[in-house]
Design a protein around this ligand. Structure first.
Ligand code: NAD
Ligand code: FES
Length: 293
């Protein structure tokens, strides 16, 4: 059992929990995810790690209550426990394994959208601990939906907050601020990391392609069971079939076929859609556990 040490409601539908998970806290790296399961019958919920404390042995997760399972999860309180809390899973962010001298030479721009702001935090924290201050754009629909602002102030270089309705910070979508920074402020970035809803990551990539700005995206939103077996997170990257939960979650955004991934995401929600994908994609519709036959 994995005890919830702290629970905080960040917005009407977004919740933050600090969970005791010593083994994961000891070895996890930015970019990786965990799978939470409330009880034996509960669904597996893959969530990118939002923070970790190696000494206290805790992992912080942030999630939006949007379905039956995440809604149930939001009703758990400090003192309650998860039945399973598995991880760390997936590949760490590229800069963690790249030579640090190379990473230090790069100018990073992070683009964090909505609840996808949370997984950006361990990345900029890791960079700051290694002497690198990244510029960050946080985008949210309204002022009430901006999360983790104080934490970001601590770890980012320049922080730009933008709201779709202009109720806080700059007005407009994250792409407007990217354009402003590059075209008007004449900022030169070497790498952009965009984490948020699929539609945001698609439009960030369309824009950064025009600037020849390499862009990494995190495809956590298309994961379902996080095991490489359900097939939900199958995605074409540079013409090759990949699975976000095994090969990712982070990929070169300029090579991701977003339209196909978003169409599959919609189809995967119904039984009929899943049967269609299975018929269309054959054995490659899932991650190839080898047990189907
Ligand atoms: P949202 O819809 O409020 O969007 C956040 C920001 O993204 C907006 O404020 C806007 O600036 C930008 N954006 C949205 N559409 C855009 C477009 N067409 N062009 C340019 N910019 C655009 O976000 P939300 O409701 O908090 O998002 C929830 C989604 O985030 C869920 O789908 C969830 O799966 C996903 N998510 C992603 C990750 C990840 O690792 N990528 C992690 C957690 C959650
Ligand atoms: Fe099921 Fe990746 S989430 S195969």
């Amino acid at each position: 059992m994995y005890k919830i040490i702290e629970r905080e409601q960040l917005t009407e539908t977004i919740f933050k929990m600090v969970v005791s998970a010593k083994r994961i806290a000891k070895s996890c790296k930015p970019g990786q995810f965990i799978i939470a399961k409330i009880d034996e019958k509960g669904e597996r919920i893959p969530l990118t790690i939002c923070d970790y404390d190696r000494e206290a042995g805790t992992i912080t997760i942030v999630f939006m209550a949007i379905g039956a399972s995440t809604y149930r999860m939001s009703s758990l309180m400090a003192g309650d426990s998860f039945r399973d809390f598995t991880g760390p899973l997936g590949q760490p962010s590229e800069f963690v394994t790249d030579p640090i001298d190379e990473v230090k030479k790069r100018k990073y721009l992070f683009v964090a959208g909505g609840v996808g702001t949370a997984p950006v935090l361990p990345q900029i924290k890791w960079l700051k601990e290694n002497g690198i201050e990244a510029d960050v754009i946080i985008g949210a629909k309204t002022k009430e939906l901006v999360i983790l602002e104080d934490e970001f102030k601590k770890y980012s270089g320049n922080l730009y907050i933008t709201t779709d309705d202009g109720s806080y910070g700059r007005s407009g979508m994250v792409t407007d601020t990217i354009k402003y920074l590059i075209e008007e402020e004449k900022k030169n970035y070497d790498v952009c990391v965009a984490i948020g809803p699929m539609i945001m990551m698609k439009f960030v990539c369309l824009l950064t392609k025009n600037y020849d700005l390499p862009t990494i995206v995190s495809l956590n939103p298309i994961m379902v069971d996080g095991t490489g077996m359900c097939g939900a997170c199958r995605v074409t990257v540079g013409g090759e079939v990949k699975f976000a939960c095994v090969d990712g979650p982070e990929f070169d955004g300029h090579k991701v076929d977003f339209d196909q991934a978003m169409q599959r995401q919609t189809l995967y929600k119904s039984e009929e859609g899943r049967a269609y994908l299975k018929a269309k994609e054959g054995d490659t519709h899932h991650g190839g556990c080898g047990n189907c036959n």
